[in-house]
Ligand binder design. Structure first.
Ligand code: HEM
Ligand code: HEM
Length: 332
């Protein structure tokens, strides 16, 4: 029993780490690797659930020992289960959002909150491993458990399709369609804390290395792009965007990367070579952007997730820093 306990805990640690890493990997891509990452992600998450009968035996034994910090272990359990429940609610489509909060917000929020508790738990409830824990037999058991989780995942996907649940309509990133080609129905969201600024177009100007641009000057451009904003909050929306391509705005500016800055201070860096594929949009679906969607001007980055589509842009700079010289995910 003790060995089984240590092995279960070790497996839980590996699965939690795998789920956490693949979740972020999926956010980093707007292309096919996102799906591969999410398959590993879903299988890891479901494997955690399958280990529950064994873990509950360990937890019951642990609870009988009067040690400090038991409440923290319970809270860890609540957060991990809440995260998995919200993940499944999103993927099946049984509950995608409650008001402005999406199931993915709850899912990722609970997972992030669980990290310090999980770190504490592993240190405070140390497991003693032996060489036999890594034997061929343990390895085989692990493989069977993963295969079981894979089969359970395939079964949930099949059930979603057969039952006609909304989850069937997800994109490869797991996102749901919302308000495509109808700008007024497109959801409004921000990465984390940015509040929507109210900007006066007549007094606003865009700063670039070469010069300042007024709103009217930008409106005169009519570069068009049909592109899909795929938000990490769990929705996507395709719109016809109009504005000016970044290579046209930047002219002959030379450098390694383009830094786009919002009036809120939020910023993202893009590789210089991407300029022709990036649009600074002032309109969508024939309408001017509204404040929620980035008025007066926002970035349209067709092959990147929503957090790259900087809103309320006030400056576009070019410098010698490489584009990866930034936090992989924004911190504000
Ligand atoms: C404790 C860590 C985590 C666990 C155990 C976990 C587990 C799960 C599970 C079981 C699902 C449902 C999968 C399905 O049936 O398709 C899911 C979905 C999802 N998770 Fe996580 N997750 C964790 C953390 C994260 C993090 C940190 C992120 C992102 C940064 C993330 C992003 C996603 C996304 C985007 C989906 C939707 C996938 C889809 O609908 O196809 N997860 N997760
Ligand atoms: C899904 C993640 C996990 C949850 C929800 C969880 C929850 C719990 C709970 C509620 C207890 C009983 C209360 C206590 O002793 O504090 C416990 C005990 C314990 N956990 Fe975890 N745990 C998780 C993962 C892990 C991991 C990754 C390890 C180690 C690598 C681990 C090692 C232990 C140990 C050694 C005990 C004490 C068992 C005993 O005293 O007999 N747990 N866990």
């Amino acid at each position: 029993m003790t060995r089984l306990g240590a092995r279960t805990n070790l497996a839980l640690l590996a699965l939690l780490a795998a789920a956490f890493i693949t979740g972020w990997l999926a956010f980093a891509f707007a292309t096919a690797p996102s799906r591969w990452s999410l398959i590993v992600h879903a299988v890891s998450g479901i494997a955690i659930l399958l280990l529950l009968p064994w873990k509950s035996m360990i937890a019951r034994r642990g609870m009988r020992r009067p040690r400090p910090g038991r409440w923290a272990s319970i809270l860890l359990g609540v957060l991990v289960l809440a995260s998995i429940a919200a993940g499944l609610a999103h993927s099946t489509g049984v509950a995608i959002a409650a008001g402005p909060i999406t199931a993915i917000d709850v899912h990722v929020g609970a997972a992030i909150a669980a990290v310090p508790l999980a770190a504490w738990h592993v240190v405070a409830r140390r497991i003693r491993l032996r060489r036999t824990d890594f034997s061929r037999r343990s390895f085989l058991r692990g493989t069977i458990a993963i295969a079981g989780a894979g089969a359970a995942y395939a079964a949930t996907e099949a059930a979603v399709r057969a039952g006609g649940l909304p989850g069937d309509g997800r994109r490869f990133t797991g996102s749901y369609e919302a308000g495509s080609f109808v700008p007024t129905l497109m959801p409004v969201s921000s990465w984390m804390f940015d509040a929507i600024p109210q900007i006066d177009g007549a007094r606003w100007s865009l700063h670039t290395a070469a010069r300042q641009w007024t709103y009217d000057e930008l409106l005169a451009f009519d570069d068009r792009m049909t592109a899909t904003l795929d938000c990490t909050g769990g929705f996507y929306s395709t719109q016809e965007w109009a504005g000016v391509r970044l290579d046209r705005l930047l002219g002959s500016s030379a450098g390694e990367s383009i830094r786009v800055v919002s009036s809120t201070g939020y910023d993202r860096r893009f590789p210089m070579g991407e300029a022709p594929q990036l649009l600074l949009a002032t309109r969508f679906g024939g309408l001017p952007l509204d404040p929620g969607h980035g008025f007066p001007a926002r970035v349209v980055a067709a092959n990147r997730r929503g957090f790259w589509w900087v809103k309320w842009v006030v400056a576009i700079e070019v410098d010698g820093l490489p584009y990866w010289w930034q936090s992989p995910f924004p911190l504000q």
